[in-house]
Structure formats: structure tokens, C-alpha cells
Design a protein around this ligand. Structure first.
Ligand SMILES: [Zn+2]
Ligand SMILES: [Zn+2]
Ligand SMILES: [Zn+2]
Length: 398
């Protein structure tokens, strides 16, 4: 669970603020530090001699005496294993195969509040310290310095080890170009067939421009803070696209997200279910920017309307396998949908629906006077977009 720091910010007067030893010219281009954020400097408790110009350490040698040796490339920084499989994408040090799998699995996992719900160092963690990314107490105390986690928790806002202007915190050394490395790590290690876009730093995120076909996702995107305020995103919704041509989409766009869905389960369709897929695919081609450019996402949702054959066609057209999303109460699915998408980490946390379960959901939907609004299920699928587009920090209630 994520913790909000309970107390107002303060600088301990007993703790003199040390000048960070870094040169602005050496800043990582990914570095972002908002004025007013608090910084914890890991320093020796012993008074250090005043730095003289000759003795000024180079950025590679700025370890403080209590920091200990830097983390080695041949040790997993997540669990300490010596069976290193790869290098950690964000911090110097190795990663074992098991920790790599867990890290990839959790890379785009968010809790209900929209915070990343895993530690950016070890990929797990129960109690998390929050910046734009999260960190667990154990990693912070063991890799930065004992007691750091409690000090961070006492702050109202805190700049984490990726946001700080200097790369070294205790034994933890941020890698340069970490956004690129994280992307490379994902592209290399995940079996996701689509390339991931490099995430965008907080201060460079733009409002999202959405084209929503058939199903309207305005409510979901609003609840996540993407829409519904000054400087936030825009959504264009269309129910009937029969007469829409490329020129129209060009004139309405550009778009960053194209969404389409079959009608909710239990609702009468104006067209055969496959029509929604084919129209979505047609308009997606119009909206898609040239490859290698800006982040561009799409999502097609089947509310259990497509036949098995049409599902196979969708997989061929969209060049990705669907994920089955389920809202489960006890052991019975309450609602379910199949989702084809290039949004990172949209994937099944459940096994595919059995024919029996699917039939059961379809029968329930026919009996219910008003079917459950299926895009509710999709809310979490949109959360990874917070790494790319502007969202208000205080999203409305779901
Ligand atoms: Zn490990
Ligand atoms: Zn951790
Ligand atoms: Zn941060």
C-alpha cells in the first residue's frame, strides 16, 4: 500500500544542509527537479573538511564515507543474488533472472490512486515512498542509508533518486539516460511484440488527444485526471463512423489515443459485431502517425460480442494478442472484456474465460435491465498513460 507522508515539510535545524557536489553541466537530460521539492543528502555524520578546488571529487568519486562501496554489476541489487542475469535499468548494479521477471511484470502496475504500486529498485515492496515513482522502505534503508525511509516519510514532498540532480544517493547510483535504458530493458526482456515508447518526464507531458469510437471513455479518462480541466486533454467521441474518411480524421486530429469497442454486453448492436472491429481498424490507420515518432496508443475492446473467428481476425489485423480483463467477485467473474492494445502492460492477470463462464456472463447480461458499464473495467488499462500525458494530480473519484 502506498503511504502519504503524514507531516508537513521541515528541515531539521540540527542537520546542516550540505552543498550538493554536482556540476549543472553534468546533469542527466532526464533529470527533473521542481523547485520546492525536498532533497535528502546522504552525508557523513562526521564533519568533513571544507572542499578545496583541488580536492573536489569528480562525479564518479563522490561517495560519502558511510555510503559503502557502490553496488556491483555482478550482484542483484534487488535480492543480493550472485546469479546475475542482466543489469538493472535504472540504477547501477545487476539483476537476477527471477527479479527481472518480477520487475517486468510490475513495471506498469498501478494502485487505485494511480500511483505505481511497486518499488522502482526491487520491483516489490509493501510500504512505498512516493515521488513520481515509488521505493520500498527496505531498499531505501539498505541501499541509501539506515533511517532514510523514515526521514523521507516525514516530508510532504520529496524528490526521489531518479529526480535528484545528482546521481549518487548512498550506494545507489542512478544510471544516465535511464528512461532510454528502461525502454530498452522492456523491449529486450518482455515478450510484448510491440515496441514501447520511451516515457516522458513530468514537466514535458502534454494533454492527451483522444478519439473514442462507439464506447465513450470520457468518464474513465476524467476520473484519471486526463480530461476535464484547463490545460488537460480533449476527447472526440463518434458513434457512427460509416461516412468518416481520412480527411475528417486529419482535420479532427492529431490524436494520441484511439479507442474503440463493441457495444456493452447485453445491449443491442446496430451492426454485426465484426463491423466495430473493421471500422476501428480503418480509422486507426488514418490516425496513426508515421512509425518512430511520438507516443501513440490504441485500444480495442470486445465486450464478448466477437465470434472466435472474428477474434482471430482482430489478432491478425491488430498484430497483438488480446488480454482478458475480468472483474471478479469471489471466484465468479462479474464482467469481462477482451482487450487488444499497445498500452504498456495491458495484459491478462487472469486466465482466458472458459466457454462456460463466458456463456454465463452473456446470459446474466441478457437478464439484467442495465448492463454494467464495461469501460469501468478498463480504467486501470489507461493508468500507464500517466507516464506519457499530462494528468491532473488530483483525479476525480472513479
Ligand atoms: Zn534478484
Ligand atoms: Zn524495493
Ligand atoms: Zn522522483
Amino acid at each position: 500500500m502506498a503511504l502519504s507522508p503524514p507531516r508537513p515539510p521541515r528541515w531539521d535545524p540540527e542537520e546542516p544542509m550540505e552543498e550538493p557536489r554536482w556540476s549543472p553541466t553534468l546533469l542527466d537530460p532526464d533529470t527533473e527537479l521542481e523547485p520546492g521539492l525536498q532533497i535528502i543528502l546522504v552525508s557523513s555524520s562526521e564533519p568533513s573538511p571544507p572542499p578545496s578546488p583541488e580536492a573536489a571529487p569528480s562525479p564518479g568519486e563522490e561517495d560519502s564515507p558511510e555510503a559503502g562501496p557502490p553496488l556491483a554489476a555482478d550482484v542483484c541489487i534487488c535480492c543480493g543474488s550472485l546469479q546475475v542475469y542482466t543489469q538493472h535499468p535504472l540504477f547501477q548494479g545487476g539483476m537476477c533472472s527471477q527479479c527481472k521477471d518480477r520487475y517486468l511484470e510490475n513495471l506498469f502496475l498501478y494502485d487505485a490512486d494511480g500511483y505505481q504500486s511497486f518499488c522502482s529498485i526491487c520491483g516489490s515492496g509493501e510500504t512505498l515512498l512516493i515521488c513520481t515513482r515509488c521505493y520500498c522502505f527496505e531498499c531505501v534503508d539498505s541501499l541509501v542509508s539506515p533511517g532514510t525511509a523514515a526521514r523521507v516519510q516525514a516530508m510532504s514532498r520529496w524528490a526521489c533518486f531518479l529526480c535528484l540532480p545528482f546521481p549518487l544517493s548512498g550506494r545507489l547510483r542512478r544510471r544516465d539516460r535511464w528512461r532510454q535504458r528502461l525502454k530498452d530493458f522492456y523491449d529486450r526482456e518482455s515478450d510484448h511484440p510491440l515496441e514501447m515508447y520511451k516515457t516522458v518526464s513530468v514537466w514535458k507531458r502534454e494533454p492527451v488527444r483522444v478519439l473514442s469510437l462507439f464506447g465513450d471513455i470520457r468518464k474513465e479518462l476524467k476520473s484519471l485526471g486526463f480530461l476535464g480541466g484547463a490545460g488537460l486533454g480533449q476527447l472526440k467521441h463518434l458513434d457512427d463512423v460509416t461516412d468518416v474518411v481520412r480527411k475528417d480524421v486529419d482535420a479532427w486530429g492529431p490524436f494520441d489515443l484511439v479507442f474503440g469497442s463493441t457495444p456493452p454486453l447485453g445491449q443491442a448492436c446496430d451492426h454485426p459485431p465484426g463491423w466495430y472491429l473493421f471500422q476501428f481498424h480503418r480509422l486507426l490507420q488514418y490516425a496513426r502517425p508515421p512509425p518512430g515518432g511520438r507516443p501513440f496508443f490504441w485500444m480495442f475492446v470486445d465486450n464478448l460480442a466477437l465470434t472466435e473467428d472474428t477474434q482471430a481476425i482482430a489478432t491478425r489485423f491488430l498484430e497483438i494478442k488480446p488480454a482478458t480483463l475480468q472483474e471478479v467477485r469471489g471466484r465468479a467473474p462479474l464482467s469481462a472484456a477482451r482487450v487488444w492494445s499497445n498500452v504498456p502492460a495491458v495484459r491478462s492477470r487472469h486466465l482466458a474465460l472458459g466457454a462456460e463462464e463466458e456463456g454465463c456472463l452473456q446470459a446474466q447480461a441478457r437478464l439484467r435491465p442495465r448492463p454494467p458499464r464495461p469501460p469501468t473495467l478498463l480504467r486501470t488499462c489507461f493508468l500507464p498513460l500517466r507516464e506519457y500525458f499530462k494528468a491532473s494530480p488530483e483525479p476525480g473519484a472513479p
